[in-house]
Design a protein around this ligand. Structure first.
Ligand SMILES: [Zn+2]
Length: 431
């Protein structure tokens, strides 16, 4: 298939000299990009190849969401509370409903439809506290063809009783889920303690054991989101130097670790994250909605910590990584001199290639190389094609450069502008 359009990607970090790259056409074979170039050249060299015309609008790599909660899709928009009140009154009552496998299947459908409709093709998903609900997520993701890394969420204190487990049960259920789903097609397992606040040391030790026993598994959790949360964690772990140490002592800080938020990180924590190659999922609408804080992006970059975007649905206000990118930009502007001014290329990088790198899905040696339009990578793509006469349509037609057109997509783009989505060269259905 020859894909023709205004194709844009950011394969190399603009924080270290990379920038926006454009091309007119791609040759896609068996889901993989086989060549890039002008439409004329690719057509001449492959005369019998099927053609796909996407010349109206923009074509971007499929978005990579590095932090999103599947059980929370139905409670997006619970505004007006800080983190711990929001969890108790809004998020956790809904999460408890996923004990019912039938209810969980419905939620899984709503969740995956939401991801696809927003152009997200790869996600690191916070699962549910119930094994049957995690099965429902993996099964539905496999059916739809999305790239999903997820796992059983575990906690053994502080949360409501029906969400609690024990270290032995957490290991056994996680192990069984990983045996069923890890490495199956586009699916992978992620060991997922909710956060140290709700996990005892023995439970985190069980998570460390499971992560070690499932080769290639991922690890994800929350960190340094809210000052009250951080103070409570420090009180519960008096012999840990900081929040990150509660995970590090169990071997949970490594190259396959993604920590959400990290708004109030110490210099020592940033240095340790960088040293171990762990990534941080920055979730700007969630941080804004819960009043958690302004993300210290400059400090993360200075320390050499990898950062990607997460929607953090349902504290985040939707699945769109265009909206998260714009909110990330707003946050850095509001930080004034402490902020890092972001271009549209930075935003696309954070929403695509950086997320792929955080999930080990970047470069020719990855099992599934996504997040960019390089030869050898998967054709995961989103086609933004705004309605004629819409403000985004007007903006794209009057943009002077590719960077400007992309900035308009972040400023104005919504789900309504997403005309089609592909994963591995196959178009995925939204319905
Ligand atoms: Zn979260």
């Amino acid at each position: 298939m020859i894909v023709r359009g205004q194709l844009m990607d950011v394969p190399d970090s603009p924080f270290t000299g990379g920038g926006l790259r454009t091309t007119e056409a791609l040759l896609v074979r068996d889901g993989t990009i086989a060549a890039r170039g002008t439409y004329e050249d690719l057509r001449r060299d492959n005369p019998s190849e099927e053609r796909l015309d996407l010349t109206e609008g923009l074509v971007l790599p499929g978005f990579v969401d590095t932090h999103v909660h599947y059980p929370q899709v139905r409670m997006i928009g619970a505004l007006g509370m800080p983190l711990l009140d929001w969890l108790e009154h809004s998020a956790l009552p809904e999460e408890a409903r996923l004990a019912d496998a039938g209810y969980a299947r419905g939620v899984a459908d709503d969740f995956l439809r939401g991801l696809i409709a927003s152009g997200t093709t790869t996600a690191l998903v916070f699962g549910a506290h119930f094994s049957s609900a995690v099965d429902a997520l993996f099964g539905a993701a496999e059916q739809r063809g999305l790239r999903v890394t997820a796992g059983l969420v575990v906690s053994d204190r502080i949360l409501r009783d029906d969400l609690l487990t024990t270290p032995d049960r957490a290991y056994a259920e996680g192990r069984a889920l990983a045996d069923r789903w890890h490495g199956r097609g586009r699916l992978r397992y992620a060991v997922t303690p909710r956060f140290s606040l709700s996990c005892s040391d023995p439970l985190l030790a069980a998570c460390g054991a499971l992560h070690g026993d499932v080769p290639g598994s991922w690890f994800t959790s929350h960190i340094n989101e809210n000052r009250a949360e951080i103070a409570a964690v420090i009180e519960l772990f008096p012999d840990s130097a900081d929040y990150l140490a509660t995970y590090a002592r169990h071997g949970l800080v490594g190259e396959r670790s993604v920590f959400a938020h990290n708004l109030h990180a110490s210099a020592a924590e940033l240095a340790l994250l960088a040293e171990h190659g762990s990534a941080v999922a920055h979730c700007p609408t969630s941080n804004s909605a819960l009043g958690s804080g302004l993300f210290p992006l400059r400090e993360h970059m200075a320390a050499g910590v990898r950062v990607a975007l997460g929607s953090d649905v349902g504290a985040g206000t939707g699945f769109s990584l265009l909206k998260e990118g714009l909110q990330a930009y707003f946050m850095q502007q509001l930080l004034g001199e402490a902020g890092l001014p972001l271009t549209s290329a930075h935003l696309l990088y954070l929403a695509t290639a950086s997320g792929a790198a955080a999930l080990g899905m970047a470069g020719p040696t990855a099992d599934h190389w996504v997040g960019e339009f390089s030869v050898g990578s998967q054709f995961d793509a989103v086609w933004l094609s705004p309605a004629t006469g819409s403000t985004l349509d007007c903006g794209l037609r009057n943009a002077d450069s590719a960077d400007q057109a992309l900035a308009k997509a972040f400023a104005l783009g919504t789900d309504a502008d997403i005309a089609a989505v592909w994963v591995g060269g196959e178009r995925v259905a939204v319905a």
